[in-house]
Design a protein around this ligand. Structure first.
Ligand SMILES: [Zn+2]
Ligand SMILES: [Zn+2]
Length: 135
């Protein structure tokens, strides 16, 4: 009798451990599946089409300097900015188109170069890397 009850006890314990194990494994598998699904959802969200690239914006950094006349003796002759049609006065910050050396207001040319990419006067290309417009 005692042996039988001991056997029953061991069998029940083993069964309990077995079911506990199965339960834990099932739980882990379900958890893993959920994790994987969540990961895949996250990945899908990350791989979602990124916002379209911004419109053509040339990252042009032009050298600028305070305007000091033509420098060839005709400094008295006021030059005009072809973009805002204002005159270029001495000391105003100006930029040159490196390719053609046309001088314009720094801000005017900066805005212009970002959208147009060429000199407003002669359509020379602005912002060609490598041609460091040393003033
Ligand atoms: Zn201007
Ligand atoms: Zn030009």
């Amino acid at each position: 009798m005692d042996e039988l009850s001991l056997f029953n006890y061991v069998a029940l314990t083993a069964l309990a451990i077995f079911f506990a194990g199965v339960l834990i494994i099932t739980f882990v598998v379900i958890l893993c599946t959920m994790c994987k699904e969540a990961d895949e959802r996250l990945e899908r969200r990350a791989a979602a089409p990124s916002p379209p690239p911004p419109p053509l914006q040339l990252d042009v950094v032009l050298p600028y300097f305070p305007y000091a006349g033509r420098g060839d003796g005709s400094a008295s002759e006021a030059a005009a900015c072809a973009i805002c049609l204002g005159s270029l006065r001495q000391g105003q910050l100006c930029s040159e188109v490196p390719a053609c050396r046309h001088a314009l207001h720094k801000d005017c040319l900066g805005m212009w170069a970002k959208t147009k990419g060429s000199c407003p006067l002669c359509r020379a290309k602005i912002g060609v890397q490598g041609s460091d417009g040393v003033v």
